[in-house]
Design a protein. Structure first.
Length: 231
């Protein structure tokens, strides 16, 4: 996923306010764990949140995609970044906070994999640690056939990405990309097998992992955030 598009990822999401989101993440972590000092960003992508979270925490990151991690390493040369699947995550230390943002859990696709991932993230929490997960789309908001459009342009490249919501199990996104440069226009196709989950499925994954759980939406996180606290 995004393997052939890592170089375009930051361009497509150039308007995403990583700084404001990171400030809110830090606030929520400190609200539950005022003395939190260390943070693990699971599915950190190109490091958009980590760049800002380093202002508040000693950070590490993980991602399954080596191309995305390479971009993150260019931004964060001194930050430990690990290639890892969140369902089998196993690092040699624990953290005061673990976060998984930007609806990355949607790629887990099944309830069983969601529970495995939440369990592994919870296992990396220090006592009193905080787990924050931003969910993918709510099932009630999934519209089969919906078409979305994102664009970006600068002096080097112009990008158009169209997404189409397909009626496959818990949702699949098909992405068609048009990338225009001086050399010409390239068309690429990217299929994302995704999985939306219900609120009860998220909450069960947290409680099965031994965490308390709280859900709330905000202006920044319109899909909401699940917050879990380790005992």
């Amino acid at each position: 996923m995004y393997q052939d598009f890592a170089g375009l990822y930051d361009r497509i999401y150039a308007d995403k306010d990583y700084a404001a989101e990171s400030a809110e993440i830090a606030r929520l972590v400190r609200q539950s764990n005022p003395s939190a000092q260390s943070l693990l960003d699971v599915a950190c992508g190109t490091g958009g949140h980590l760049v800002h979270l380093l202002d508040d925490f000693t950070c590490e990151g993980t991602d399954l995609n080596p191309a995305m991690l390479e971009m993150a390493r260019q931004k964060l040369p001194k930050t430990p970044l690990h290639e890892a699947d969140m369902t089998t995550l196993k690092l040699p230390r624990s953290f005061d906070a673990v976060v998984c943002m930007f609806s990355a859990v949607g790629h887990l696709k099944t309830v069983e994999r969601l529970k495995s991932a939440v369990g592994q993230m919870a296992a990396h929490l220090a006592p009193g640690g905080v787990l924050l997960i931003e969910p993918w789309i709510d099932p009630a908001d999934w519209i089969v056939g919906h078409v979305g459009v994102d664009t970006f342009e600068d002096d080097e490249v112009k990008v158009v990405r169209m997404t189409h919501a397909e009626p496959v199990d818990r949702g699949r996104l098909v992405m068609e990309w048009l990338i225009g440069t001086k050399a010409g226009v390239t068309r690429l196709r990217d299929e994302h097998e995704m999985g939306w989950f219900t609120r009860s499925e998220y909450e069960s994954a947290f409680t099965d992992a031994g965490l308390s759980v709280h859900f709330e939406r905000s202006e920044l996180f319109t899909r909401g955030l699940y917050t879990g606290i380790a005992s």
